[in-house]
Ligand binder design. Structure first.
Ligand SMILES: [Zn+2]
Length: 457
């Protein structure tokens, strides 16, 4: 008997209980011995290692002549693709297995009719899912070409009917258009709208991505787009003139507008925290193009926006601290101890939990425990597995530096040749995060006292 156990706790698992129950009943009714269960688990906990393993095992056993008859709940549970069916049919033919029993009816694999039925069912199943997605796509395009609004909520600037202009919002759109043409950034427009208490169409605060999308949308110019292309004149009035809309679309799409923040990459992105508010610092150059990290006020974030530090000196200092640390005696000892003890412990924990889960599923498949017992028992084990996996990942995070242990001098010489990714891996292995303190008033040179790293090891 072949069954599939799915991850779906409410829906599919009931189906599995039925698969097993009906399957065993069927065998009994025929006077067959109790069937061996081939059990594929789509459960996420070990999805990586078990992907239809038992389907492959079953095919191998059929090939070896170990199977006299096969019970499946329904053939489309059994193979997922027509090519799997063809492989199965070939193997059955080679092994002279002719008895395929489904709860929904027997199939005689020796007869042409039996095979044909299976093939038709497979083809129909594939076609149904293809048709469905094609129908949906087709429908969307038809609506677009007919100039109908696409579904979803109210668009900013229009009433609920999607056709009547809401005057107050239309004026906001026209103002935003002018200010964007004048070179104002989407970010500063968001701040302004939020400060003035102007809400989005859904009544929320503005943030950058939705505002950019709104100003680029063809809808505000009374046109309909489909997959980013304008396909029709809409059945609703325009707020922004066609030429202005085209210009907005071109301007906001232009990647040059998105500042050249990333022109030079920033080594410490993601590692720095604001000493005032705890927000992560982001890379943002000064007006004079000097690179720096700042606590950036963003629409929709709590960051204080009151802290900045220049990049060059900071990066140099952090690299020096890390190289120095790699040179010391204490670090290799600490790392080695950590890896041997904790690493092994966590690995054992992961293995044990995974094995327990598998055993449980096996018990369930063999009907030694009920579905309710199975579900109740696996929750705590899954949690333990997740915890152990996370701890293991923490320990493994230090492997980037093992090669360099005690070699701080050597690494210092080669540092500049390493790729940015490699450099970041080395830093990230040692540094959990670095808190940057506020600058002292009147000090406009680099102040090392502002840099407070929290080490991982
Ligand atoms: Zn801050």
């Amino acid at each position: 008997m072949y069954v599939r156990i799915s991850d779906d706790r409410e829906g599919e698992s009931k189906g599995v209980a039925r698969q097993l129950k009906d399957g065993f009943a069927l065998a009994e009714a025929r006077g067959w011995p109790e069937p061996a269960v081939y059990n594929d688990n789509d459960k996420s906990a070990w999805k990586k290692t078990v992907v239809r393993d038992d389907f492959r095992r079953l095919l191998a056993d059929i090939k070896d002549g170990l199977i006299d008859a096969l019970i499946v709940y329904d053939s489309d549970r059994f193979y997922r693709q027509p090519r799997e069916l063809e492989e199965f049919l070939d193997i059955c033919e080679g092994a002279k297995l002719t008895q395929l029993t489904q709860v929904t009816g027997d199939v005689d694999l020796a007869s042409t009719d039996g095979k044909l039925t299976l093939r038709i069912k497979a083809a129909v199943a594939v076609k149904e899912s293809d048709d469905k997605s094609r129908r949906i796509k087709r429908k969307h395009l038809e609506l677009a070409e007919a100039g109908e609004r696409n579904g979803g909520g109210r668009g900013f600037g229009y009433e609920d009917d999607g056709k009547t202009i809401r005057q107050a919002e239309a004026e906001v759109l026209l103002e935003l258009k002018d200010r964007i043409f004048a070179g104002e950034s989407i970010r500063s427009l968001c701040f302004d709208l939020n400060e003035r208490g102007i809400k989005t169409a859904t009544g929320g605060e503005w943030s950058q991505f939705p505002l950019r999308r709104l100003m680029m949308s063809a809808g505000i110019s009374g046109r309909r787009e489909h997959n980013g292309e304008i396909v029709a004149v809409g059945k609703w009035p325009a707020i922004i003139a066609t030429e202005d809309s085209d210009r907005l679309r071109a301007m906001l799409k232009d990647p040059a507008r998105r500042k050249n923040q990333m022109a030079r990459r920033y080594l410490l992105t993601g590692m720095l925290r604001c000493g005032r508010c705890g927000a992560p610092l982001v890379a943002r150059p000064r007006q004079d193009k000097r690179r720096r990290y700042v606590c950036a006020r963003q629409p929709g974030s709590e960051a204080c926006g009151k802290l900045a530090i220049l990049s060059d000196e900071l990066e140099e200092m952090v690299v020096e601290m890390v190289l120095h640390r790699l040179d010391g005696e204490a670090l290799p000892r600490a790392l080695a101890a950590q890896h041997d003890d904790r690493g092994d412990d966590h690995q054992q924990e992961v293995d044990a939990a995974a094995a327990q889960l598998e055993e449980l599923a096996g018990l369930y498949a063999a009907q030694s425990i009920s579905a309710a017992e199975w579900m109740a028992a696996r929750g705590p084990i899954e949690e333990r597995l997740e915890r152990a996996k996370r701890k293991l990942a923490d320990v493994d995070g230090t492997t980037a530096i093992h090669a360099y242990l005690g070699g701080g001098q050597d690494l210092r010489e080669r540092w500049k040749e390493l790729s940015m990714d490699r450099q970041r891996a080395v830093l990230g292995a040692l540094i959990d995060h670095i808190t940057i303190g506020p600058a002292l008033v009147g000090r406009n040179f680099f102040d090392p006292d502002r840099v407070a790293p929290t080490w991982r090891v």
